[in-house]
Design a protein around this ligand. Sequence first.
Ligand code: DAH
Length: 360
Amino acid sequence: MDIQEEKQAALAAIAAAASTEALDQVRVRYLGRSGSLTAFFKQVGSLPKAERAAFGQMVNAVKAEVEAALESRKEQLAASELEQSIAGGVVDVTLPGRRRTVGTEHLISQITDEIVSIFRGLGYTTMEGREVETDYYNFEALNTPPDHPARGMQDTFYLVDNSGAAAKVSGESDVLLRTQTSGTQIHAMEKQRPPIYMLAPGRVYRRDVADPSHLPQFTQVEGLVVDKGITFGDLKGTLDYFCKQMFGADRETRFRPHYFPFTEPSAEVDVSCGICHGTGVVQEGPNEAKPCRFCKGTGWLEILGCGMVDPNVYSFVEVDPELYSGFAFGLGVERIACLKHNVQDLRMLLTGDMRFLRQF
Ligand code: DAH
């Protein structure tokens, strides 16, 4: 076989290759491991010594020439294949791209963070409680006697107690899903001596059926202050400041006397309704006024419970009530989210409906 003839054949085949794929087959046929041009290299060793160098150089030169031809044909073919695919409309570069939706924090997390950051600004530290809690922290140490309605089966999810400990209340386990974040007050006072300025956000659970103003699982933020000389005035000032930061200076707040087992005196705080602006009525037509459904015509919406820490609670954690006083509060995050954005049904927050959630 003549090497020059083989080279001519290779160059012709390269010129004739109609696609990059066909070209690659040509490369293999001539320059592959068992290609016909490669075979000439194997002959070098069997030649008389004097001829080897010249023959070797010649074969190398042929190989280089064929490789150069392959390379330039490859570029040609690649360019024309790209042109063809564009012309053939395989890629329409004018079509809009696929939009990726960007995730955001859920409104409940946003509001929780907002609450935490308002109180951080006042020097509060945050603490995490536990969602599976014992009767002691959820009720007993919070001065909630066994016959208190809040302990009844209708409110609390009780868990199976594997510790073998006897139930405190007959028929009820000692372990439960916390119904309130207030138990973190006890954990905080056990861990730390006053002064305490503590905030504890977290989930709570109740045996309630979901309706526009109740959820069986929701989020609370607990607050606790214990220091020397703390008064009800400090409580009012703190929570009033919080409400103004949260809802805007134009929203009014009011304190209503209330009862909680672990605070004395206790109060609930309302914020003026953002739908009817505290009037209790909405104008439906030029001559028709109807009671506001959001606040049930009262002009006010309840957002938190609070009070001065009951001295009985201090006795569980060995804080001296002669030396220290304090206040506590518990905020409902979902409620605050709905009040702030005038959402009329708490359940909206949990439906996962993107058309609703995207607004926030
Ligand atoms: N734990 C109460 C509830 O879930 C809210 C509450 C009221 C918390 C008064 C407090 C408080 O810390 O002082 O309804």
